[in-house]
Design a protein around this ligand. Sequence first.
Ligand SMILES: *Cc1c(COP(=O)(O)O)cnc(C)c1O
Length: 410
Amino acid sequence: MSEVNYNYLKLPGNYLFADIKKRVDAYLVKNPKADIIKLGIGDVTQPITPQVIKAMHKAVDDMASKETFRGYGPEQGYPFLIKAVINGEYAPLGISVEEDEIFISDGSKCDVGNIQEIFDIKCRPAICDPVYPVYLDSNVMAGRTGNMGVDGRFEGVIYLPSVKENNFCPELPAEVPGLIYLCSPNNPTGTALTKDELAKWVDYAERNKAVILYDSAYSAYIRNPELPKSIYEIPGAKKTAIEFKSFSKTAGFTGLRCAFTVVPKELKGYGPDGCKISLNSMWNRRQSTKFNGVSYIVQRGAEAVYSEEGAAETAKLTDYYMDNAAIILNGLRKAGYEVYGGENAPYIWWKLPDGVKSMDFLETLLEKCQVVGTPGVGFGPCGEGYFRLTAFGDKQATAEAVTRIIKKLA
Ligand SMILES: *Cc1c(COP(=O)(O)O)cnc(C)c1O
């Protein structure tokens, strides 16, 4: 008998996002001529930059001749890209990372979803609320949680509320976790943790023999020079944290697929008898067995992100989106709305008036302004009462959406 992994059945499914689509589609059936502006997308919209395209064209040609053709590459990534990451990402921050501490992959979503499998089933996860849903769902699928309660929370998970009352910065939990998922800048709140905030977590993880899983997919959007772009800017973090970074939001690679994960060699997990075990070796074993590397062509494209011209083009790309973020943030603030984020992240987190449900607000915004965003409840129970707008749209459309909100919503 083929019994299924019944842990999957504990998940409510993608009802919310399916529901959003249903409501937008229903509106379009009734109003076929409506000019809808989508500020709900968590995907980039601007094309790949010229330097990356040029590098990939050249890599395609490499594949065409016997001397430069590549078959299977190293599962951990090509040394040329690993070196580019070290020099382009970590050296400027004064962080030393060794080549065999970096694992190139086809996305941070896969890595943050897969990483939990090198930890014991009894290892309790602490997860921010609201946050990117992959951390929670991958732990539910693995069987590390019980069922979901009526409050929308899973048994066995330590929730870290990130709400207005704590400036959207998670507080140290009362119960001790084995795994701590942090996302900074956070999707959806747009909050970036300060060095002091992060140091508090690094110290806590060290004292409690926990591991921090640090998702910094949006670090390229940090504009305040005081804020850390890597957790390894915090002394001692190499002993406590795994860091995930992606080319997706940085350089528009959501369709190309390339990311990397840093697993420091000093970082240890614990065996049944309390002995220390290298997480770097375990992740290497996992990747070598279950992953066959990122396409050579795409890795050459990613390498070009760190060339001088490539870096300048990439900076322009993130600046474009951050201009959109400023348009939304300033426009809504001037109109008297309570909005957060948007200064060091491409997300604006809109606090709805007390008592307004985020799913109902989706409908209101659609009816009155023909603008679509994402109800906060989709990112966790603490996201209820909030609404996420993204800066990934077209500039003109973004400005038009803000104008409509100011004119028509009140
Ligand atoms: C978009 C995003 C990622 C990136 O995922 P990829 O698989 O690299 O495209 C990772 N974490 C968060 C929080 C994200 O929003």
